[in-house]
Design a protein. Sequence first.
Length: 264
Amino acid sequence: MQLIDSHAHVDLPQFADDRDAMFDRARAAGVEHILAIGTGQPEKLDLAIEFADKYDWIFASIGIHPHESQQATPKHLSTLAELAKHPKVLAWGEIGLDYFYDYPRDVQDKVFRDQMSRAAAAKLPIIIHCRDAWPDTLNVLEEAWKPTGLGGILHCFTSTIEDAQRGLDMGFLISFAGNSTYPKASNIREVAKALPLEKMLIETDSPFLAPQRYRGKRNEPAYVAEVAKAIASVRNLGAEEVAAATASNFRRFFKLDTKPQTAS
Protein backbone atom coordinates (compact mmCIF):
# COMPACT_ATOMS: atom_id res chain seq x y z
CA MET A 1 0.00 0.00 0.00
CA GLN A 2 1.25 3.49 -0.93
CA LEU A 3 0.82 5.68 2.17
CA ILE A 4 1.75 9.10 3.53
CA ASP A 5 1.23 9.95 7.20
CA SER A 6 0.54 13.66 7.00
CA HIS A 7 0.74 14.30 10.75
CA ALA A 8 2.85 12.45 13.32
CA HIS A 9 4.70 13.57 16.46
CA VAL A 10 7.66 11.24 16.07
CA ASP A 11 9.86 13.22 18.46
CA LEU A 12 7.76 12.55 21.56
CA PRO A 13 9.11 10.41 24.41
CA GLN A 14 6.53 7.68 23.75
CA PHE A 15 8.87 6.55 20.96
CA ALA A 16 12.11 6.81 22.91
CA ASP A 17 12.56 3.07 23.39
CA ASP A 18 11.85 1.85 19.85
CA ARG A 19 11.90 4.82 17.50
CA ASP A 20 14.10 3.14 14.87
CA ALA A 21 11.93 0.03 14.93
CA MET A 22 8.83 2.22 14.66
CA PHE A 23 10.25 3.83 11.52
CA ASP A 24 11.07 0.38 10.12
CA ARG A 25 7.48 -0.76 10.71
CA ALA A 26 6.19 2.33 8.94
CA ARG A 27 8.32 1.65 5.90
CA ALA A 28 7.31 -2.01 5.89
CA ALA A 29 3.65 -0.96 5.93
CA GLY A 30 4.17 1.18 2.81
CA VAL A 31 4.59 4.62 4.37
CA GLU A 32 6.54 6.64 1.82
CA HIS A 33 6.68 9.90 3.76
CA ILE A 34 5.91 11.24 7.23
CA LEU A 35 5.30 14.88 7.98
CA ALA A 36 6.87 15.19 11.42
CA ILE A 37 5.01 17.86 13.35
CA GLY A 38 6.88 20.31 15.55
CA THR A 39 5.52 19.74 19.04
CA GLY A 40 5.14 23.43 19.73
CA GLN A 41 7.36 23.41 22.80
CA PRO A 42 8.89 26.90 22.76
CA GLU A 43 12.09 25.75 24.44
CA LYS A 44 12.87 23.32 21.58
CA LEU A 45 11.34 24.42 18.31
CA ASP A 46 13.43 22.34 15.89
CA LEU A 47 12.70 18.82 17.15
CA ALA A 48 10.89 17.71 14.01
CA ILE A 49 13.61 19.13 11.78
CA GLU A 50 16.14 16.82 13.41
CA PHE A 51 14.29 13.83 11.97
CA ALA A 52 13.86 15.47 8.58
CA ASP A 53 17.62 16.00 8.48
CA LYS A 54 18.30 12.38 9.39
CA TYR A 55 15.81 10.63 7.07
CA ASP A 56 15.31 11.49 3.42
CA TRP A 57 11.65 10.35 3.53
CA ILE A 58 10.63 12.52 6.48
CA PHE A 59 9.62 16.17 6.24
CA ALA A 60 8.93 18.64 9.05
CA SER A 61 6.68 21.42 10.22
CA ILE A 62 7.33 24.15 12.78
CA GLY A 63 5.07 26.11 15.08
CA ILE A 64 3.73 26.73 18.57
CA HIS A 65 0.68 24.70 19.56
CA PRO A 66 -2.22 26.62 21.16
CA HIS A 67 -1.60 24.72 24.41
CA GLU A 68 1.76 26.49 24.66
CA SER A 69 0.56 29.89 23.48
CA GLN A 70 1.09 31.50 26.88
CA GLN A 71 4.80 30.68 26.66
CA ALA A 72 5.30 32.23 23.23
CA THR A 73 7.53 35.29 23.00
CA PRO A 74 8.70 37.49 20.11
CA LYS A 75 12.04 35.69 20.30
CA HIS A 76 10.31 32.34 19.73
CA LEU A 77 8.53 33.75 16.70
CA SER A 78 11.83 35.03 15.32
CA THR A 79 13.38 31.59 15.84
CA LEU A 80 10.50 30.00 13.98
CA ALA A 81 10.94 32.45 11.12
CA GLU A 82 14.55 31.31 10.76
CA LEU A 83 13.59 27.62 10.98
CA ALA A 84 11.00 28.21 8.26
CA LYS A 85 13.87 28.65 5.80
CA HIS A 86 14.94 25.02 6.21
CA PRO A 87 14.45 23.25 2.87
CA LYS A 88 12.53 20.33 4.38
CA VAL A 89 10.08 22.41 6.38
CA LEU A 90 6.83 22.07 4.44
CA ALA A 91 4.37 23.88 6.69
CA TRP A 92 3.83 26.04 9.76
CA GLY A 93 1.89 24.22 12.45
CA GLU A 94 0.15 22.88 14.15
CA ILE A 95 -1.39 26.16 15.19
CA GLY A 96 -4.92 27.25 15.98
CA LEU A 97 -7.45 27.40 18.79
CA ASP A 98 -8.36 24.88 21.49
CA TYR A 99 -11.38 25.58 23.70
CA PHE A 100 -11.55 22.09 25.21
CA TYR A 101 -9.01 23.09 27.83
CA ASP A 102 -9.05 26.32 29.80
CA TYR A 103 -6.21 28.13 28.04
CA PRO A 104 -6.75 31.91 27.73
CA ARG A 105 -8.59 32.45 24.49
CA ASP A 106 -7.30 35.94 23.87
CA VAL A 107 -3.71 34.73 24.12
CA GLN A 108 -4.42 31.81 21.80
CA ASP A 109 -5.96 34.17 19.26
CA LYS A 110 -2.99 36.54 19.34
CA VAL A 111 -0.37 33.80 18.99
CA PHE A 112 -2.43 32.18 16.23
CA ARG A 113 -2.55 35.45 14.29
CA ASP A 114 1.12 36.23 14.94
CA GLN A 115 2.13 32.85 13.56
CA MET A 116 -0.08 33.23 10.51
CA SER A 117 1.65 36.52 9.78
CA ARG A 118 5.07 34.84 10.01
CA ALA A 119 3.90 31.88 7.92
CA ALA A 120 2.62 34.21 5.23
CA ALA A 121 5.97 36.00 5.14
CA ALA A 122 7.68 32.62 4.79
CA LYS A 123 5.15 31.56 2.12
CA LEU A 124 4.36 28.38 4.03
CA PRO A 125 0.92 26.76 4.27
CA ILE A 126 -0.41 26.20 7.79
CA ILE A 127 -1.58 23.14 9.72
CA ILE A 128 -4.60 23.84 11.87
CA HIS A 129 -5.33 22.39 15.29
CA CYS A 130 -8.93 23.03 16.30
CA ARG A 131 -10.80 21.54 19.22
CA ASP A 132 -14.25 22.77 20.21
CA ALA A 133 -13.48 26.06 18.47
CA TRP A 134 -14.56 25.63 14.85
CA PRO A 135 -16.63 28.82 14.44
CA ASP A 136 -13.88 31.08 15.79
CA THR A 137 -11.10 29.19 14.00
CA LEU A 138 -12.77 29.39 10.61
CA ASN A 139 -13.71 33.02 11.10
CA VAL A 140 -10.12 33.93 11.92
CA LEU A 141 -8.85 31.96 8.93
CA GLU A 142 -11.28 33.64 6.57
CA GLU A 143 -10.24 37.03 7.86
CA ALA A 144 -6.50 36.64 8.30
CA TRP A 145 -5.39 33.70 6.16
CA LYS A 146 -7.62 33.27 3.13
CA PRO A 147 -6.21 36.40 1.43
CA THR A 148 -2.73 34.83 1.38
CA GLY A 149 -3.86 32.04 -0.94
CA LEU A 150 -1.44 29.66 0.75
CA GLY A 151 -4.01 27.22 2.16
CA GLY A 152 -2.99 24.39 4.44
CA ILE A 153 -4.37 21.38 6.27
CA LEU A 154 -7.29 21.10 8.66
CA HIS A 155 -5.69 18.40 10.78
CA CYS A 156 -7.67 15.62 12.50
CA PHE A 157 -10.95 16.98 11.18
CA THR A 158 -13.95 16.47 13.47
CA SER A 159 -16.52 19.05 12.40
CA THR A 160 -19.30 19.22 9.79
CA ILE A 161 -19.35 19.03 6.02
CA GLU A 162 -20.27 22.73 6.01
CA ASP A 163 -17.13 23.57 7.99
CA ALA A 164 -15.05 21.33 5.76
CA GLN A 165 -16.38 23.19 2.73
CA ARG A 166 -15.38 26.51 4.27
CA GLY A 167 -11.88 25.05 4.59
CA LEU A 168 -11.86 23.86 0.99
CA ASP A 169 -12.95 27.30 -0.15
CA MET A 170 -9.81 28.70 1.51
CA GLY A 171 -7.50 26.19 -0.14
CA PHE A 172 -7.21 23.73 2.74
CA LEU A 173 -6.98 19.98 2.51
CA ILE A 174 -8.99 18.00 5.05
CA SER A 175 -7.08 15.37 7.01
CA PHE A 176 -8.60 12.40 8.81
CA ALA A 177 -6.98 10.59 11.73
CA GLY A 178 -7.43 7.39 13.71
CA ASN A 179 -10.59 8.63 15.42
CA SER A 180 -12.34 8.22 12.07
CA THR A 181 -12.24 4.47 12.72
CA TYR A 182 -14.13 4.61 16.03
CA PRO A 183 -17.62 3.06 16.07
CA LYS A 184 -19.22 6.27 17.35
CA ALA A 185 -17.45 8.50 14.81
CA SER A 186 -20.00 8.08 12.02
CA ASN A 187 -20.17 11.87 11.69
CA ILE A 188 -16.49 12.00 10.74
CA ARG A 189 -16.89 9.17 8.24
CA GLU A 190 -19.89 10.92 6.68
CA VAL A 191 -17.70 13.94 5.98
CA ALA A 192 -15.00 11.66 4.56
CA LYS A 193 -17.63 10.09 2.33
CA ALA A 194 -18.92 13.43 1.03
CA LEU A 195 -15.69 15.30 0.31
CA PRO A 196 -13.88 15.16 -3.03
CA LEU A 197 -11.18 12.51 -2.66
CA GLU A 198 -8.63 14.84 -4.21
CA LYS A 199 -9.04 17.20 -1.24
CA MET A 200 -8.32 14.67 1.50
CA LEU A 201 -5.30 13.48 3.48
CA ILE A 202 -4.84 10.77 6.09
CA GLU A 203 -2.74 10.86 9.24
CA THR A 204 -2.11 9.12 12.54
CA ASP A 205 -1.45 12.03 14.93
CA SER A 206 0.94 9.53 16.52
CA PRO A 207 1.36 8.68 19.33
CA PHE A 208 -2.25 9.75 19.96
CA LEU A 209 -5.61 8.52 18.62
CA ALA A 210 -4.72 4.93 17.83
CA PRO A 211 -7.21 3.41 15.37
CA GLN A 212 -9.93 1.13 16.68
CA ARG A 213 -7.92 -2.01 15.95
CA TYR A 214 -5.16 -0.73 18.28
CA ARG A 215 -7.25 1.40 20.61
CA GLY A 216 -5.77 1.81 24.06
CA LYS A 217 -2.25 1.36 22.69
CA ARG A 218 0.29 3.84 21.43
CA ASN A 219 -0.37 4.97 17.90
CA GLU A 220 2.37 4.94 15.26
CA PRO A 221 2.72 5.86 11.56
CA ALA A 222 2.33 2.28 10.29
CA TYR A 223 -1.28 2.42 11.49
CA VAL A 224 -2.21 5.10 8.96
CA ALA A 225 -3.34 2.20 6.78
CA GLU A 226 -6.29 1.73 9.16
CA VAL A 227 -7.48 5.25 8.35
CA ALA A 228 -7.30 4.49 4.64
CA LYS A 229 -9.41 1.39 5.23
CA ALA A 230 -12.03 3.31 7.20
CA ILE A 231 -12.42 5.93 4.50
CA ALA A 232 -12.45 3.30 1.77
CA SER A 233 -15.27 1.46 3.52
CA VAL A 234 -17.65 4.42 3.31
CA ARG A 235 -16.69 5.39 -0.23
CA ASN A 236 -16.95 1.89 -1.74
CA LEU A 237 -13.31 2.01 -2.75
CA GLY A 238 -10.32 -0.17 -2.09
CA ALA A 239 -8.01 0.90 0.72
CA GLU A 240 -5.14 0.95 -1.77
CA GLU A 241 -7.03 3.47 -3.90
CA VAL A 242 -7.64 5.80 -0.95
CA ALA A 243 -4.02 5.44 0.17
CA ALA A 244 -2.66 6.23 -3.28
CA ALA A 245 -5.01 9.17 -3.79
CA THR A 246 -4.24 10.81 -0.46
CA ALA A 247 -0.52 10.26 -1.00
CA SER A 248 -0.82 11.92 -4.40
CA ASN A 249 -2.74 14.81 -2.84
CA PHE A 250 0.04 15.35 -0.31
CA ARG A 251 2.79 15.30 -2.92
CA ARG A 252 0.87 17.64 -5.20
CA PHE A 253 -0.02 20.14 -2.47
CA PHE A 254 3.54 20.34 -1.14
CA LYS A 255 5.18 20.09 -4.59
CA LEU A 256 7.42 17.32 -3.35
CA ASP A 257 8.92 16.66 -6.75
CA THR A 258 10.69 20.00 -6.44
CA LYS A 259 11.78 19.65 -2.82
CA PRO A 260 15.43 18.92 -2.02
CA GLN A 261 16.12 15.76 -0.05
CA THR A 262 18.86 15.02 2.43
CA ALA A 263 20.74 11.79 2.92
CA SER A 264 19.22 9.17 5.19
